[in-house]
Design a protein around this ligand. Structure first.
Ligand SMILES: C[S@@+](CC[C@H](N)C(=O)[O-])C[C@H]1O[C@@H](n2cnc3c(N)ncnc32)[C@H](O)[C@@H]1O
Length: 293
């Protein structure tokens, strides 16, 4: 059961809706809709030691606010989008904070808070970065020994829809994946995360495959389809300008998705992990990776 404060946060976020630019609505809705699942994951986190926390790629700041609400730490919500940070600052007061949030317009590959960092989180950021290994090396350097990093990210290999989506829509999804790859991102980064984190000198404490999957009702499918189409619309100009899709293929894909009666089963998987920075004197971390199951 989601705590009342979580619902208050989601409602406050939704009240911001009209001020969010159309092209960013999908990210905004995703932040609100994934609130209960995000908080259920966070409920299993050990409370942080005294010090600072960094939420890298905080966007609308939900996770940063949730940490500051629960713990007496200063949270740096870092993003290079001023518009998203401004929205975050408008709704963060929906619940009282034990800690503080400092919205920080900065690059996640170079920002260092001016105080010891005991905890960090990065949700759905590494999939966008051309150099995720470089980002993790920087984060590991910023983290205090004994500090903890939580990461969640996607892997499209764990997305299953049955019956399969219309081919015209699948072509749009595939075009977005190519666009993201050409920008240096990776929509299959989930499977690489344990390896990347250990290569950065952090010790993997646990990993879990979080699959949101179910036999879906027609209403749930309608909502998820709207979110998907919004996400694609946010990138439509880049997809067309870059030659990833023709205008006709775009239109055909969106119409096919809109008219599909819907799958009976859908799943979307993400990898969640917790990693710890070992004490300075300890032996180099093992590169052995436990299987994820
Ligand atoms: C998918 S959103 C993250 C969503 C958010 N963490 C959540 O859990 O809801 C990715 C965010 O990372 C930001 N971003 C991407 N690259 C960045 C960089 N190098 N430095 C700072 N922010 C970055 C984008 O502006 C965007 O807001």
């Amino acid at each position: 059961m989601d705590p009342t404060w979580g619902q208050a946060l989601d409602q406050a976020l939704v009240r911001e809706e009209a001020r969010v630019p159309a092209g960013d609505r999908w990210l905004f809705y995703q932040t609100a809709l994934t609130g209960p699942a995000r908080r259920a994951w966070m409920a299993g986190w050990p409370p942080p030691a005294a010090g600072a926390w960094v939420d890298w790629g905080t966007a609308y700041g939900a996770l940063a606010v949730e940490v500051a609400h629960q713990y007496a730490v200063r949270v740096y919500g870092v993003d290079w989008s001023r518009a998203r940070l401004s929205a975050a600052a408008r709704w963060e007061g929906a619940v009282p904070h034990r800690g503080q949030v400092w919205w920080t317009e900065a690059d996640a590959l170079s920002f260092s808070p001016p105080e010891p960092v005991v905890g960090m989180s990065a949700r759905f950021l590494l999939q966008h970065l051309p150099d995720p290994a470089g980002a993790l090396a920087h984060w590991a350097a910023v983290l205090e020994p004994g500090g903890v990093l939580f990461v969640e990210d996607v892997d499209d290999g764990w997305t299953v829809e049955h019956p399969a989506p219309p081919p015209a829509w699948a072509a749009v999804v595939e075009a977005l994946s190519r666009l993201q790859r050409d920008r240096g991102g990776d929509r299959q980064i989930g499977r690489r995360l344990p390896e990347l984190v250990t290569a950065a000198g952090l010790e993997l404490a646990d990993t879990a495959l979080a699959v949101q999957g179910a036999r879906v009702s027609s209403e749930a499918f309608r909502l998820s389809r709207q979110l998907e189409v919004l996400r694609m619309e946010g990138e439509r100009d880049a997809l067309l300008a870059g030659g990833y899709l023709t205008r006709e293929a775009w239109q055909e894909g969106v119409s096919a998705r809109a008219s599909a009666s819907g799958p009976v089963f859908m799943s979307a998987g993400t990898l969640r992990l917790r990693a710890v920075k070992p004490p300075a004197s300890s032996a180099p971390p093992s590169r052995q990776i436990s299987p994820v199951c």
